[in-house]
Design a binder for this molecule. Structure first.
Ligand code: KG4
Ligand code: ZN
Length: 348
């Protein structure tokens, strides 16, 4: 439909400079420049390096997105930008760019929540989200379960990780196994040749005593330590480490807990739709296990294609488009970059 809003989204919360353009729920452009290779040798994202890379990439990525969509800045109805949460210096680059473009082209600007954008991106693939839904966000920086009553105005947190994020656990275990950074995709690949039942790694916060206080919370630091102890014991004994089996058994433990808690949240709240987003949602085992288990309870799982699961500008544009359609008031031009923006704030 030509009268649907044409929205441009800017994402710079971590190491991906993303500019996406959507019309309604239709994706027109998804330009990304990643600084991941500059961080690889440090085994994690270095904030100053990420900020510098965003600064260099933002204008060319913007130009690339406009060209890809075949539109000009004058055609755009609104600009959305990740206001937080994320790395302060990295967020600032995107927010400053959005303000500059909005001011120059006289467009409304929406400062949006990165996590809500991870949920909204699924509308580009599967259409409007039935509400209420349960969303599980699993990435390098966050692991949360949310109740989505009205994505335009607020979401209710159900639980979150109490220590490492799911993606962080993948990255740390990969490092332990000598796999490159970021480790998630490498564990995913190694695990295909391994036996998920080879080693019985712990399932954090699933014992009856933990469920009382932490029914929808996650903990992955004990699992990471258990993998480290297991690998060290092997090495001390002078035996080779079966990388594929360790990867598969670790991945199984993570996916088991994530899917069990997400589906428990759906069933306890009488909800039939589970949306999964964030970089770890690209994991092949997580996708398969969630679908298999959900089907038994008549629950529909929606997961966007892997490229839309990791950070990108399209997700920010998708949320912006949803806000415009819902008649939400744009942000003020002095909108903040808020590294600790709470989950309950969808737009600032
Ligand atoms: O959403 P994202 O791109 O950035 C953050 O907001 O953190 O997520 C990145 C995380 C990394 O920890 C990466 O290892 C993980 O997502 N990841 C995966 C897979 N692809 C990316 N984890 C498991 N399996 C994958 N296939
Ligand atoms: Zn993210």
């Amino acid at each position: 439909m030509a009268d649907e809003p044409l929205v441009l989204g800017i994402e710079t919360s971590c190491d991906e400079t993303g500019v996406g353009i959507v019309r309604g729920h239709t994706l027109l452009a998804d330009a990304i420049a990643s600084s991941v290779e500059q961080h690889a040798r440090f085994g994690g994202v270095v904030p100053e390096v990420a900020s510098r890379a965003h600064l260099e990439a933002i204008v060319p990525t913007m130009d690339r997105a406009l060209k890809e969509a075949g539109v000009t800045l004058a055609d755009i109805d609104a600009i959305a930008v990740t206001s937080g949460p994320g790395l302060a210096g990295a967020l600032l680059v995107g927010v400053a760019a959005a303000k500059g473009y909005a001011l120059a082209a006289e467009k409304p600007v929406y400062g949006v929540n990165h996590l809500a954008a991870h949920v909204a991106v699924d509308t580009l693939e599967h259409g409007p989200l039935p509400e209420p839904a349960v969303a599980m966000l699993v990435s390098g920086g966050h692991s949360s379960l949310l109740l989505v009553d009205d994505l335009a105005r607020g979401v209710t947190p159900l639980g979150a990780t109490i220590d490492d994020a799911a993606g962080e656990a993948f990255d740390k275990v990969a490092r332990l196994l000598g796999l490159p950074f970021p480790g998630g995709p490498y564990i995913d690949r190694e695990a295909r040749a391994g036996d998920p039942a080879a080693i019985g790694f712990p399932r954090g916060l699933t014992a009856a005593k933990d469920l009382a206080a932490h029914r929808y919370d996650f903990s992955f630091s004990g699992l990471k330590t258990a993998v480290a102890r297991w690998v060290e014991a092997r090495q001390r004994a002078g035996e080779p480490v079966p990388v594929a089996d360790v990867a598969a058994s670790f991945q199984e433990a993570v996916c088991d807990v994530l899917t069990a808690k997400a589906l428990d949240a759906c069933r306890a709240n009488g909800i039939e739709t589970l949306v999964i987003g964030g970089g770890v949602a690209a994991n092949s085992r997580l996708r398969a296990m969630a679908e298999h288990r959900a089907a038994k309870h008549g629950i529909r799982v929606r997961v966007p294609r892997p490229k839309l699961c990791t950070d990108n500008g399209a997700m920010v544009a998708a949320l912006g488009s949803h806000l415009v359609a819902a008649g939400v008031t744009p942000s003020r031009l002095d909108l903040p970059a808020d590294s600790a923006l709470p989950l309950t704030t969808v737009s600032v």
